[in-house]
Design a protein around this ligand. Structure first.
Ligand SMILES: NC(=O)c1ccc[n+]([C@@H]2O[C@H](COP(=O)([O-])OP(=O)(O)OC[C@H]3O[C@@H](n4cnc5c(N)ncnc54)[C@H](OP(=O)(O)O)[C@@H]3O)[C@@H](O)[C@H]2O)c1
Length: 328
């Protein structure tokens, strides 16, 4: 069926300025790490993607290695773009990354200029795009001078293959260095993508301050701790869930102390008339330094649940205290 986007798509979403840049991102963005690969169902992920766009999600996040198999998420995303969203490219912020193993030999991994430039060329082919909006160094590379990785990002922008650049998984001191070098090169760092949720809080130990001080945006990934911070695992491990697949979220991560925390958090969410997923996203979005939260979703129902986080992301001091007590 021919897809016609909802005319109301810009009415519900909140758009936040990304650091001190000119670009705004939706408060909720969609990532294609899982659920969009070669082994997933086309009609399902097409529905999720188009529903996201209908709800004002303008930002889609990919990486060279997303799938499985690696590269298949970019290919699948490219086909939907071409078939359904061809007339809407200018309404989209598309990001991709390179930094993890993508091909054999010494040039298919980490942070050399050789790898980043060739990888982005491959990503553009897979997505059938002339340029991406944001290109990331997916992780810092201890074996490559940070100057080389940053100059690859600068080169890519000058070549017109990306409009903006970002960094992901860089600790506070590494991020500070990267941001400084990029600034000197004349290609400011737009955004940082750290793992950040109620269950993963290293970003609070300096990184968020570095980003704020330098006018760089922040888009936490896995804000639902891959589904742990939802009501999904309250009564066991459902068939087909990420934990049931046991690759990135292992069943043994659902320990008794974690389950006790999830149950207690769920009670606070209920007292706020929210689902746990909504409260977990709201808890991140309450901080002005957070530009957008980067969720994953395996169904339209999950997406709709998560989007309602925007109805309330204010917390009382008492609620915050109770949450801290559960988490500590
Ligand atoms: N930069 C990096 O190194 C890096 C690393 C990881 C991820 N990322 C990015 O971040 C994105 C999001 O990561 P993520 O998928 O781990 O995020 P997440 O939002 O923490 O987890 C998403 C998963 O949680 C479950 N879920 C989502 N909403 C739900 C709801 N309302 N109720 C019940 N279950 C729900 C679904 O799992 P089921 O499949 O079980 O239904 C879904 O696939 C990725 O797609 C990628 O773009 C970046």
């Amino acid at each position: 069926m021919t897809y016609i986007p909802s005319e109301k798509r810009y009415q519900q979403m909140v758009y936040n300025r990304c650091g001190q840049s000119g670009v705004k991102l939706p408060a909720i963005s969609l990532g294609l790490w899982h659920n969009f690969g070669g082994s997933d169902i086309y009609e399902n992920y097409r529905k999720v993607l188009l529903h996201a766009f209908d709800c004002g999600i303008t930002h889609f996040d990919l990486a060279n290695n997303y799938g499985p198999p690696p590269g298949s998420s970019e290919e699948n995303f490219g086909s939907i773009l071409k078939k359904d969203l061809a007339g809407y490219r200018d309404e989209l912020i598309i990001s991709t990354k390179a930094g993890y193993l993508m091909w054999e030999g010494p040039y298919g991994d980490w942070g050399s200029k050789k790898y980043l430039v060739s990888s982005l060329d491959q990503s553009l082919k897979r997505m059938q795009l002339d340029y991406v909006d944001i290109f990331y160094s997916h992780r810092p590379d201890p074996g490559t001078p940070i100057e080389e990785t940053m100059s690859a990002l600068d080169l890519i922008v000058r070549q017109g293959k990306a409009l903006y650049v970002g960094i992901s998984n860089y600790k506070a001191d590494e991020a500070k260095k990267a941001i400084k070098i990029l600034k000197e090169l004349g290609t400011p760092c737009l955004i940082h993508q750290p793992k950040y949720s109620m269950f993963e809080r290293w970003a609070e130990g300096g990184l968020l301050d570095v980003l704020e001080d330098n006018g760089v945006g922040c888009i936490p990934f896995s804000p639902l701790a891959q589904g742990l911070l939802t009501n999904k695992y309250l009564n066991g491990i459902p068939e087909g869930s990420r934990a049931s697949k046991g690759v990135f979220l292992k069943p043994e991560m659902l320990t008794q102390p974690i389950l006790t925390q999830i149950k207690a958090l769920n009670e606070i969410a209920q007292s706020r008339n929210q689902s746990l997923a909504q409260m977990a996203l709201a808890w991140l979005l309450k901080d002005k330094r957070i530009t957008s939260v980067l969720i994953g979703a395996s169904s339209v129902a999950q997406l709709d649940d998560n989007l309602k986080a925007l109805d309330n992301y204010q917390f009382s001091t008492d609620e915050l205290k109770k949450i801290e007590k559960i988490l500590n």
